[in-house]
Every structure is written in C-alpha cells, then in structure tokens.
Design a protein around this ligand. Structure first.
Ligand SMILES: [Zn+2]
Length: 448
C-alpha cells in the first residue's frame, strides 16, 4: 500500500465510502457525452423529487400548490416547473426542508458564513460530501497533483493558527494529506519569507489557497526573489481577478487552475490546464444558468447560477440560487473533456449594491483593480442605503489628485444622491474564515 492508498483508506473509513471508487467514477464521467450526462442527471432528479415530495413538508406544499405530482417530472426541462429558492427561503423554512428520514443519510450539519451577518443552516449527506470531494480530487489531478502522494502548501485562513497547539488527530490528517498549512490571517513580509523558505526546503511543488492570498504571495516573491516554480497552483472560494491570475502565472510559471464551488448547493465548476473556461461537475448537481426572464442562458450570455443537489436527501435543495453569476460557455474544451463549460464566473450577487436611485453597482466591475501601481487593496462598504465608503490601502505613488479622481469615478458609477467617502487605511482585515470580500454590505439585501 503506497502513501496515497493509505490516505484513501483512512478517509474512506472516516466517511464510510470507497473514495477511490468515487474518484474513478468521476474520472470516467469527464468523457461522457451529452446523452450519458442527461440520462444520469434525469434519473437522479426523478429520484430526488419523489423523495422530497414524500418526505419534506416544504416540497409537498410546493408541488401541491402547483398541482404537480412527482411523476410529472420526466426530463431535465421539467425541473423548470419548480420555483427558484434563495437563501431567505432556506433561512425561513429550513425545518420544513429537512426530510423526516434525514438521519438515515448520516448528514453533516453546516452553517453558512454570510458576509452581511446573515447565516443559514443546512445538511449535507455524507454521500454527497464524498462525491463532491471526489470531484475536487479530479480537478487537482488536472494539475498533475496526486492526493496523499504529493506535498501541497495551502495558504489557509480561519482558525488554523500556526503556533496554536494542534490535536493529535489534526496532525495525523495533515500528515496523511501531505499538507503544509501556511496561515494567511497575518500575511506579512516576514511570514511570506518564512513560507518561501519552507516551500523550497521541503521541495513542495503544488500550492493552493484563496486568490487574494495566492496573489499577495506571488507578488511578494516576484518583488523579492523573482520566480518560484510550481508544477501547478490552485485557487478557489473567491472571485479570481485577471490581474491576480497574471501575477500568479508570472511568478510561479505554471498553469493555474481556479475552482468555483458552492457547498450549500453542491455545485462546482473548474478550470483545467487549458483554462478555456470552467468545467461543470455534472455528478453532484444540476447547474442551470438562468437569465432575468427565468429562461436558460445561451452561450455567451450571463445569468444566475441555480443548483439542484442530486445526492442531498437529508435536506433537499431543488433549484437553489446561491447568488453566483456566470457566463455560459460554448462547445467543448481543447483538453478533450466533455463536461459542459462555463465561460466565466463573474462574481456573486452579494457583490452587487442596490442603490435607492435605482442603480445596481457591481463592486468587482469598478476599475480600481487596474490601479495596481497606485493602490494595494480596496474594499467597498455599503454602510447605509444611500452611503458608500471606499476603503483603500495606498501605495507610495498614490497622490491627493488620484484620491480626487477616485471620488469622481465613484460618483460617476453611483449616480445622484449617494454619499461617497474615500477612506485611506493601513489594513483591510480578512473575514473570519480568511477570505477577502470586495463588497461588504451592512444593508440587508439577502432576499435579492
Ligand atoms: Zn479543459
């Protein structure tokens, strides 16, 4: 038994599934044709709707109101008969969404971390979790990384503090996974220098983390040491900006693979080494991209992601919108994998600011990211319904004139009647989970 086998063995024991088999299954699926995908998803969808109707108060109510029965769902297009549900629906009705037989599925209880403070709870079936994990392993393998065998450095947020005492158990898992954790909560030049040395002395060839952290690390190394070659680098969990991607590739000289994932809806889409878009995970959920009229988006069109998690029975989520926006892709990737493509992940609807003058501002679209030689970081705060604050960490080149110009740009994008404040700050803290957010809203728009 080699090291990778050992890791799979223990993980399988922990979660009760043969994860090696699941990885083999998803590796096969990446070459399925449209007909195979449709058949698989249709079968899972029909089973799920029967289950949800028979075992949850919520879906019984929804179908009865529409005078529908589970047998009315025969093809994927029939899914459109059901309404789209959002975070607010889950928050308000979560008890009615939990299936009467939920314990059977060995569910894992989760709580989302809302950026505006609103959270909701949900369950993931162990099986759903395991299959989702297998799709992640598939994505890593696209970068040449073998789980358990290869060392990987992880720029990690959250409570994983470096000096904190680690339990025997957590050290054991880290050993098995061959992980080297590099905490990002205090990403200073000193800590980055330490990580740089640690990566070199341990001959680590793979790196993963949140885009802002991997970018900051890439920038630091580029400025101090030039380059640091990796076999592959991976980002996930935040929106990856083009300038971040360019810097990462410049410093690490690697194909960079970005992943979009949504644990509450079990949706995922991932770039490959050809990076021509994001390959959709077809086995964990049905991923629809819906336009403002409620129809399916065509190739090249932008819309909201709607997910139906196919293996979550403890708390079924059918046509759930996590608030992410994507552009639909066309055809197949040159890598030969036949998974459907998203051309681009555009951001989250939580990055949208709804103003009382009727304008909707996309925080990510504000061109401040182009000012990489003037500012280090920026963050937009929607503090009151008609007030916007722009926090900026300056570079030495930033002048008073630039600040005035920033004011003008903001006024142009925001329109009439909105108070604007530009705040020059020393630091913009990360969220408690270590992620960076471009837009922080203190105004409740969870129902949007
Ligand atoms: Zn590809």
């Amino acid at each position: 038994m080699n090291r990778s086998d050992l890791t799979f063995y223990f993980l399988g024991k922990k979660y009760g599934y043969n994860l090696r088999k699941m990885v083999e299954f998803v590796n096969e699926n990446q070459y399925w044709d449209n007909k195979d995908i449709e058949e698989y998803q249709t079968e899972k969808m029909i089973q799920l709707i029967h289950h949800a109707y028979n075992n949850t108060i919520y879906y019984k109510e929804v179908l009865d109101k529409l005078a529908l029965k589970p047998k009315d769902f025969q093809s994927l297009a029939d899914l459109k008969m059901l309404p789209i549900i959002g975070k607010a629906d889950i928050r308000d009705r979560w008890k009615d969404l939990v299936a009467t037989d939920y314990q059977k599925y060995r569910p894992m209880h989760r709580v989302t971390s809302g950026t505006t403070g609103q959270t909701f709870q949900y369950y993931n079936d162990s099986k759903s979790w395991a299959l989702n994990w297998a799709t992640k392993m598939r994505t890593f393998s696209w970068g040449g990384y073998t789980f358990g065998k290869d060392k990987i450095a992880t720029l990690k947020g959250g409570s994983m503090l470096r000096k904190a005492k680690q339990s025997y158990k957590s050290r054991f898992w880290k050993y098995l996974n061959n992980y080297y954790d590099l905490p990002v909560i205090n990403l200073t030049n000193e800590s980055m220098e330490e990580y740089y040395n640690e990566i070199i002395s341990n001959k680590i060839k793979y790196l993963r983390g949140f885009p802002t952290a991997v970018y900051a690390f890439a920038k630091y190394i580029y400025e101090t040491h030039g380059t640091l070659p990796f076999k592959a680098t991976f980002t996930s969990a935040e929106y990856l900006q083009d300038f971040q991607r360019e810097q990462i590739i410049k410093t690490f000289g690697t194909n960079h693979i970005d992943a979009y994932g949504c644990g509450d809806g079990m949706g995922g889409a991932n770039q490959c080494d050809k990076t021509a878009g994001y390959h959709v995970n077809i086995e964990t959920s049905i991923l629809e991209v819906i336009n403002e009229q409620g129809g399916y988006c065509d190739a090249g069109e932008q819309g909201e992601i709607v997910l139906t998690s196919l293996h979550d029975y403890a708390m079924p989520l059918i046509r759930y919108t996590p608030g992410d926006v994507a552009v639909v892709g066309k055809g197949h990737c040159s890598c030969g994998r036949t998974l459907p493509l998203l051309k681009k992940i555009v951001g989250r609807t939580s990055d949208l600011i709804y103003l009382p003058n009727g304008r909707i501002l996309n925080g990510i679209a504000i061109p401040f990211a182009d000012w990489v030689d003037k500012i280090d970081k920026f963050q937009i705060w929607h503090t009151e319904i008609d007030k916007i604050e722009l926090k900026v960490i300056p570079k030495p080149t930033l002048t008073q004139k630039d600040i005035e110009y920033m004011h003008e740009i903001m006024a142009y994008h925001l329109g009439e009647g909105i108070g604007i404040k530009v705040d020059i700050v020393d630091d913009i803290p990360l969220l408690p989970n270590g992620k960076f957010k471009y837009v922080i809203s203190k105004v409740d728009n969870i129902g949007k």
